[in-house]
Structures are given as structure tokens and as C-alpha cells.
Design a protein around this ligand. Structure first.
Ligand SMILES: *[C@@H]1O[C@H](CO)[C@@H](O)[C@H](O)[C@H]1NC(C)=O
Length: 217
């Protein structure tokens, strides 16, 4: 009867990590038909294969799945989840990463690199010079912070994939970026930013994990 399906699903859920189980469970207990739960742009059921199969890493990354877009996979990597959050919150970027007709290389700084920045990615010294320490208060302050964060994040979105070595490309933010091979790895320029790994390859591009942040002034 009604109880059978939830039990089967519970059996499946009991094998998935807690966070995913929490996303899946409430619907069953409320005895409603399962509805897609927004999590990025994914349907939770589509997550299950990813949970059981470890995400591809580095040069083992698969050639790219037909159905997944960058927005579906960027949230999987905990070490970049701060930047992944920016890409979801900023509409120009989230649209692009969800768009299967446009390829993108996302240069996602490690959480630790973001935490080490001398100032928050939404802070601009010029705002403080002009407006003092209330620069980010009130609605206009919030708008200012949003604009700055967008500029920071867009500097890390390269509207090309595959991206060839040495190819100078204008990022979404307007700066010119390219990369070089070094010691068997990749270094993004300008700024000598080491690529820690290529975390994801999907049909509309790649997610590279960066050990530092690009200059976004
Ligand atoms: C987009 O990326 C795919 C690989 O995922 C590639 O086959 C295709 O040629 C790329 N398209 C463009 C315009 O670069």
C-alpha cells in the first residue's frame, strides 16, 4: 500500500549522505507526490547516480555528460562551495552555466583562497575612500556590494571551452586571461594562479579549481 514506496525510497536514502537525504525525505513524510526540489537546477532524483559514483577528478574527468550542465555539478565540490554559491546567486552567471548552447570554463577559487583575500570580494577600497566605513550599509550599500561581487565572480568566468593553452580570452568581467603549462600542471595568467585540478567536465564546459583568485580591479 502507500507505505511500500516510502520504505523503498527510505532504503535508498539511507545510503545517501545526510544532506541529500534531508532534501529528499520531507516530501515522503508529508505523503505528497514527490516534486522537484530546487537545488541549483537539479531534480533531486537525478542526483542519485552522482552520489554513488565518486565525481571524476583531474585527468580522469570523463569526456562530458550530455545531460549535465556546469550549474548541475559545480555544487558537488565542497572545497569551492563559497564560489559555487556566488555563481548561483549572480543571475548573469547562473544563466550562462545553465545554458547548454554556450560553453564556459569556470575558474573557481578554493574556499581557502577566498578566505585569505585581503578584503572581501564585495569590498572595494574606492568605496571606502569615497563613502567611509558605511559604504555597504543601506540599500545603496547593498547594491554596491552586489555589483562588486558580480565583478569579482565574472572575472572568474571564461566564456570558452575547450580553452586552449595560451588562448587570450576576455572573461565575463572584461579582463583578459590565459593559461600556461607548468610542472605538469596549469597556471592561469595574469597572476600565476595555480590550477589545483580540473574538477568537472560536462557538456557545456569545465570547472577548474584555482589555488588563488584572479585580480578583479
Ligand atoms: C563545447 O564543448 C563541447 C565539449 O563538451 C565541445 O564538443 C564543443 O565543440 C564545444 N563547442 C564550442 C563552440 O566550443
Amino acid at each position: 500500500m502507500k507505505i511500500t514506496a516510502p520504505l523503498v525510497l527510505l532504503a535508498i536514502c539511507s545510503q545517501v549522505p545526510v544532506a541529500s537525504a534531508q532534501l529528499l525525505l520531507p516530501n515522503f513524510f508529508r505523503n505528497r507526490p514527490a516534486k522537484p526540489i530546487p537545488q541549483g537546477h537539479q531534480h533531486p532524483i537525478m542526483n542519485i547516480p552522482n552520489i554513488f559514483v565518486p565525481p571524476p577528478k583531474d585527468n580522469e574527468a570523463s569526456a562530458g555528460s550530455d545531460s549535465l550542465s556546469i550549474s548541475d555539478v559545480i555544487g558537488k565540490e565542497r572545497v569551492i562551495n563559497i564560489f559555487a554559491g556566488f555563481t548561483r546567486d549572480i543571475d548573469t552567471i547562473s544563466k550562462r552555466l545553465n545554458d547548454q548552447s554556450q560553453n564556459t570554463t569556470v575558474l573557481a577559487p578554493l574556499n581557502s583562497a577566498l578566505q585569505k583575500l585581503p578584503r572581501k570580494p564585495w569590498e572595494d577600497p574606492e568605496d571606502y575612500n569615497a563613502l567611509g566605513d558605511k559604504a555597504y550599509e543601506g540599500q545603496s550599500g547593498e547594491d554596491r556590494a552586489t555589483r562588486n561581487l558580480r565583478r569579482f565572480a565574472e572575472a572568474h568566468v571564461v566564456p570558452v571551452s575547450p580553452w586552449k593553452e595560451g588562448d587570450k580570452v576576455m572573461s565575463m568581467g572584461g579582463g583578459t586571461v590565459w593559461w600556461e603549462s607548468r610542472d605538469g600542471g596549469k597556471v592561469v595568467q595574469p597572476g600565476d594562479i595555480e590550477v589545483s585540478s580540473v574538477a568537472e567536465r560536462v557538456s557545456n564546459g569545465e570547472v577548474w579549481i584555482l589555488k588563488g583568485c584572479l585580480n578583479y580591479d
